[in-house]
Design a protein around this ligand. Structure first.
Ligand code: GTP
Ligand code: SPV
Ligand code: MN
Length: 602
């Protein structure tokens, strides 16, 4: 590992490309963390191939990774997490602000001193005998003014391997950090992987994250949800930008014009799938293309022309495996044929990764726990099993994703999993209404977080688990973008998950979602017809292209209809939800809710 080894006072060896930094604040913090956690060695990650190979060899030797079939899946590995550590843990995730009200009813809160004391007690001596990795990373293109850097310290080589794919990690990030002098500090240890000794704490006022006891996804890859959403949303509030749980895609029409859309759907509600959409055949033949910019996180800020410009702060995809097939998401499937880390999937007899819904004619023999597969004992792949892969491997990855200025956003889309009530698509009448549409979002819970699945809850802007401050202040921040000179995107709401009386989805979804996107873009250009209703504008009959699909009468009625009485009840519930935030809730949003409730009652 081309290490420059030197002794430190607490007797850890130092290795890795950089072996330290030119920034005293970073060196001091690393020294403090080492003094607390007492690792055997400190490794400064440079992000090189040699480093990755050495780490992979270490993980293969100790069973952290298993090599998959080199012929079918070159350079790919399987990781089995601890069976009690398979998803985000919202009840163990805290936002520690000086004032409780700043975290809001939407977050678990602890006073910062208490939070630090709790965490530092867990971290005390926790890395003895282990290597502590120092990971400098950049969220966003390395030369973008919209990007932000951080350093994650972890004792998990699996986290290093994932951060290497998910962020711009290593020497260039360290150079930017040294130049800027500021960075988000993230401290992580897998600890004992004991659910009773597990916390993910955020100190937004100190740009600090401390995470202990989980090695999984959003709990452990601190650049992702912890930095790019919880800490960044807090920074964005004071700096005039937005950090959102949104995919970003480009839709190129046959004339060669590309419109960019950002869409917020809760976890496991279709962001990766929409971001990688393959147009239906008729659209493909006509020359439509869809470009992927990002599948999970979007940072946007107003540009000089008043439009919102967005970057994807991530460099890879940490996507849900189950349901990913040639039919549902061929771009994702093509992306993960090589150099991919699979977490908690099953394997076939010839050592290929397998999950429910893969639909490639193969069968699993080993389940995600590493036991012989027995359908009586549950699925072969965990419902929240994932793939980690570089965005560059995605056939639809847009060259614009690397543009330091970001892409201009024409439409913002909100959507949840709603079996009833909510039509396929509607358009907000203006920005304030759009903010209410986002704030009122509801969705059924999924396996992406521990806890019950399928329970309807409010998940404003798909940020319930991720907003680093009080939702009332967050909605005020959203409203504040509507100012002189702003050229704001149109706002829409979609629901791919409406069910019929037989319990089946009424809308074909996936590639056919382009039909809905096309209507949106036409609306942006003032070219498509709509029917005004109190909840917003719905596609007029014939305005949304249904050529090539058949919908029965029930489907048409439910996907394009509007049930006034049921919406009246929904708006009463939205009103109660906004009231939970007390006097901090912006009056403009409450007025908007009242305005629509009034129209519904007429
Ligand atoms: P996170 O990574 O957790 O933030 O999830 P995500 O929002 O990226 O969700 P993803 O695209 O991975 O989809 C999650 C599940 O929803 C998968 O099982 C998909 O097959 C399913 N899904 C996605 N799009 C559609 C759709 O248009 N219709 C239906 N019926 N299911 C969909
Ligand atoms: C989500 O849960 O929204 C994810 C997966 O994207 S995780 O990285 O675990 O947050
Ligand atoms: Mn997500």
């Amino acid at each position: 590992m081309n290490a420059s080894t030197q002794d430190l006072s607490f007797s850890a060896t130092v290795e890795g490309g950089a072996g330290g930094s030119r920034l005293p604040a970073l060196n001091d913090w690393v020294a403090q963390v080492a003094a607390l956690t007492r690792p055997a060695a400190i490794h400064w990650c440079d992000g090189s191939d040699a480093e990755n190979e050495a780490l992979t060899a270490r993980m293969l030797a100790d069973g952290t990774l298993h090599k998959l079939n080199e012929e079918t899946h070159p350079g790919s590995y399987l990781h089995r997490s601890h069976p009690d550590d398979v998803a985000r843990v919202e009840h163990l995730t805290f936002v520690c602000t000086t004032h409780h009200e700043d975290a809001g009813p939407n977050n678990n809160w602890m006073a910062p001193e208490e939070g630090h004391a709790e965490m530092d007690a867990l971290f005390d001596g926790c890395m003895q005998g282990r290597t502590m990795y120092v990971i400098p990373y950049c969220m966003g293109p390395i030369d973008s003014p919209l990007s932000r850097c951080g350093v994650e310290i972890t004792d998990s080589p699996y986290v290093v391997a994932n951060m290497r794919i998910m962020t711009r990690m290593g020497a260039p990030a360290l150079a930017r950090i040294e130049r800027e002098g500021t960075f988000v500090k993230g401290l992580h240890s897998i600890g004992e992987l004991d659910p009773n000794r597990r916390f993910i704490m955020h100190f937004p006022e100190e740009l600090t994250i401390k995470s202990y006891g989980s090695g999984y996804g959003g709990n452990a890859l601190l650049g992702k949800k912890c930095h790019a959403l919880r800490i960044a949303s807090h920074q964005a509030k004071s700096e005039g930008w937005l950090a959102e749980h949104m995919l970003i895609l480009g839709i190129e029409n046959p004339q060669g014009e590309t419109h960019y859309v950002a869409a917020a759907f809760p976890s496991a509600c279709g962001k990766t799938n929409l971001a990688m959409l393959i147009p239906p055949e008729g659209y493909r033949n006509a020359g439509w293309k869809v470009w992927t910019i990002g599948d999970d996180i979007c940072w946007m800020r107003p540009g000089a022309d008043g439009r919102l410009y967005a970057i994807n702060p991530e460099a890879g995809f940490f996507g849900v495996a189950p349901g990913t097939s040639r039919n549902s998401n061929a771009n994702a499937l093509a992306s993960i044929q090589s150099s991919t880390i699979f977490t908690n999937v099953g394997v076939t007899a010839d050592n290929q990764p397998w999950w429910e819904g893969l639909e490639n004619g193969q069968t699993p023999v080993i389940d995600w726990r590493g036991n012989p597969y027995d359908p009586a004992k549950g699925p072969a792949a965990h419902p929240n099993s994932r793939f980690t892969v570089s965005a560059k491997q995605c056939p639809s990855y847009s060259p614009m994703a690397e543009d330091p200025q970001g892409v201009p956003i024409s439409a913002i889309v909100f959507g949840g999993r709603r079996a009833s009530l909510v039509p396929l698509v509607f358009e907000a009448r203006d920005w304030t209404h759009g903010v209410l549409v986002g704030a009122a979002m509801g969705s059924e819970t999924t396996a992406a977080a521990t806890g019950a699945v399928g329970v309807m809850r409010r998940d404003p802007m798909a940020m319930k688990p991720f907003c680093g401050y009080n939702f009332a202040d967050y909605f005020s921040h959203w409203l504040s973008f509507d100012k002189e000179g702003a050229q704001l995107p149109k706002v829409f709401h979609v629901n791919w998950f409406r069910k019929g009386d037989n319990g089946k989805f009424l809308w074909p979804g996936f590639g056919d979602n382009l039909r809905v996107l096309e209507w949106m873009i036409q609306r942006v250009k003032g070219e498509a017809d709509a029917v005004e209703t109190p909840i917003g504008a719905l596609p007029a009959e014939g305005a949304l292209n249904l050529d090539g699909i058949t919908l029965d009468e029930e489907a048409k009625a439910k996907l394009f209809g509007f049930d006034r009485a049921a919406w009246e009840a929904e708006f009463a519930s939205i009103g109660e939800y906004l009231d939970e935030y007390g006097p901090r809730m912006p009056q403009a949003l409450k007025d908007e809710q009242q305005r629509i409730a009034g129209l519904l009652a007429d």
